[in-house]
Design a protein around this ligand. Structure first.
Ligand SMILES: [Zn+2]
Ligand SMILES: [Zn+2]
Ligand SMILES: [Zn+2]
Length: 513
């Protein structure tokens, strides 16, 4: 759709065949023409008849703006309301909602805007200055159009039932790519981005916006992305967000967990397979409050499971212990503890999964799991908490596992698992020196001392600096000299929160073989 760069736009005036309204409109169109708006069509010039709507559809093709004149009488005239309905539907079907502006123009005070027009910015001829109305007829860029659309969606403060109707109306089955783009723009403003099978949710942005606006998040997501086959759910903006505030806004919280449930449903469409997932964090320490961002995912899983055990074949202690026979941690005590809390081995590194609720953990992380909500939806919750309490202290854990990553040699040894180990030798060595050991998946590492997780070995050129950036109080950093620390601190002041150092936690969904 080409826009005129300068000058005035063509516009269509829509008016009700009520003598008073038509007189007013003729007068107004006349004054606009005198102001140089020479490309105006008006229904006051049309002959009424069977082909009335066909004629309007023809004109719509040629215009960039549709002004809908509404008076008290016409706002209650069913035939007129039906015409408006048809026009909006027609715009949707043609994929022109974003390129053709719709402007309700109220010519009396206290006119009720018809429902289908509520999401458009309306003008009142009695109270708005005429210059403002004329300005609304001027050129806007596509970028502005996108912004206006997002704003219109965000500002909807209607009841849920109305929202549903509106979404059905605004998003017909054959929406165009352009509309999809705009819907994505709107979601992005709410903190939601989807690309390449990864759903990123900025918890801070979402919480802030949803505090003041009703969002039709679930509807937009389901309409455009339900079948995307999302494999990664990533939560950013997790440090500053207030979980309680997000939770109290039931609407957006429910939308969020419904979306997560939908993702699990699509993943396991083929009923032969069940899910498991890898869990990782970047720039975050296991024990800080940011872990709460995981709770909606956990609640989504619980909703998906609907009280049914995830893997009933592992409902006995013996079957679970048996699954651990090739487990990388040799200690029999550790294996028995794992089986006791309901976990079985996934035969993939040290990943374990609860047979009941399907939650996935890595053994090395059990001790750092201080948030009981991980197990909130699990029938074996009490047992899990009791056991994680018993093995929480680092000393006991190291004893049990028979390995301590305090030693740089132990850490270096883990990088033998890294793909193309030799090619990245130098960089991996730097990571080991800076306190990180390799977790065996992708580029996931963990600090032995503060449990800071990092997921970007190749990208983070100076792991010492990154370590300081995210966890300045880590004991391992005591090795650094004062000058270096001063230098790191300066960079921390300027770069913390920059896109280079995004903090997130995420799960990567997998299927059992
Ligand atoms: Zn909704
Ligand atoms: Zn469980
Ligand atoms: Zn550390």
């Amino acid at each position: 759709m080409a826009f005129h760069n300068t000058g005035t736009m063509s516009a269509l005036f829509l008016t009700c065949p009520d003598t008073k309204d038509m007189d007013w409109t003729r007068e107004f169109v006349h004054s606009l023409r005198q102001d140089g708006f020479n490309n105006i069509y008006s229904t006051t010039d049309l002959k009424l008849g069977v082909i009335y709507f066909e004629e309007i559809k023809d004109i719509i093709k040629k215009v960039h703006k549709i002004l809908i004149v509404i008076s008290k009488t016409s706002s209650r005239t069913l035939r007129y309301l039906h015409t408006i309905d048809c026009i909006i539907t027609h715009l949707c079907d043609e994929g022109r909602m974003s390129t053709c502006g719709v402007i309700p123009l109220l010519i009396e005070k206290d006119v009720k805007v018809p429902f289908v027009l509520e999401c458009f910015h309306s003008f009142n001829h009695q109270t708005d200055p005429i210059s403002k109305i004329k300005k609304s007829l001027s050129v806007i860029t596509e970028g502005q159009a996108a912004f206006e659309y997002s704003k219109a969606v965000i500002n909807l403060s209607l009841h849920e039932s109305q929202l549903r109707r509106l979404n059905k109306l605004a998003l017909s089955a054959n929406t165009t790519d352009r509309i999809k783009e705009l819907a994505n723009d709107a979601m992005q403003q709410w903190g939601i981005a989807i690309n390449d099978k990864c759903l990123t949710v900025d918890m801070n942005t979402l919480q802030n916006i949803s505090a003041y606006h009703r969002l039709c998040l679930r509807d937009l997501f389901n309409h455009f992305h339900a079948d995307d086959g999302i494999r990664i759910i990533r939560a950013t903006g997790v440090i500053k967000f207030s979980f309680q505030a997000l939770f109290e806004n039931g609407q957006v919280y429910n939308d969020l967990i419904a979306i997560y449930r939908g993702i699990f449903t699509v993943l396991t469409k083929d009923k032969r397979y069940r899910y498991w997932y890898r869990y990782r964090r970047n720039g975050l320490i296991a024990a800080d409050g940011s872990e709460l961002a995981y709770k909606p995912i956990n609640d989504g899983i619980a909703l998906f499971n609907d009280g049914k055990p995830h893997s009933s074949e592992f409902n006995t202690y013996e079957s679970r212990l048996h699954s651990l026979k090739n487990f990388p941690i040799q200690s029999q005590i550790v294996r028995e503890l794992i089986a006791e809390c309901g976990f079985f081995s996934l035969n993939s590194l040290d990943f374990i999964q609860c047979f009941h609720c399907g939650i996935c953990l890595r053994t090395w992380n059990i001790n750092s799991t201080q948030h009981s909500f991980y197990f909130e939806n699990c029938a074996l919750r009490k047992k899990k908490l009791e056991v994680s309490e018993r093995i929480r202290s680092k000393e006991i854990r190291d004893q049990l596992m028979g390995v301590s990553f305090d030693s740089i040699f132990a850490r270096m040894f883990t990088y033998k698992l890294f793909p193309n180990f030799n090619e990245y030798n130098e960089q991996l060595m730097k990571f080991a020196q800076a306190g990180f050991y390799y977790l065996g998946t992708q580029e996931d590492t963990l600090c032995y001392s503060c449990c800071l997780g990092l997921t970007k070995i190749k990208e983070y050129q100076n792991p010492w600096e990154v370590h300081y950036m995210f966890s300045p109080n880590c004991k391992h950093l005591k090795e650094l000299d004062e000058d270096t620390i001063k230098q790191f601190e300066e960079r921390r002041q300027t770069c913390y929160n920059s896109s280079e150092f995004v903090q997130y936690l995420e799960i990567e969904l997998m299927l059992h073989k």
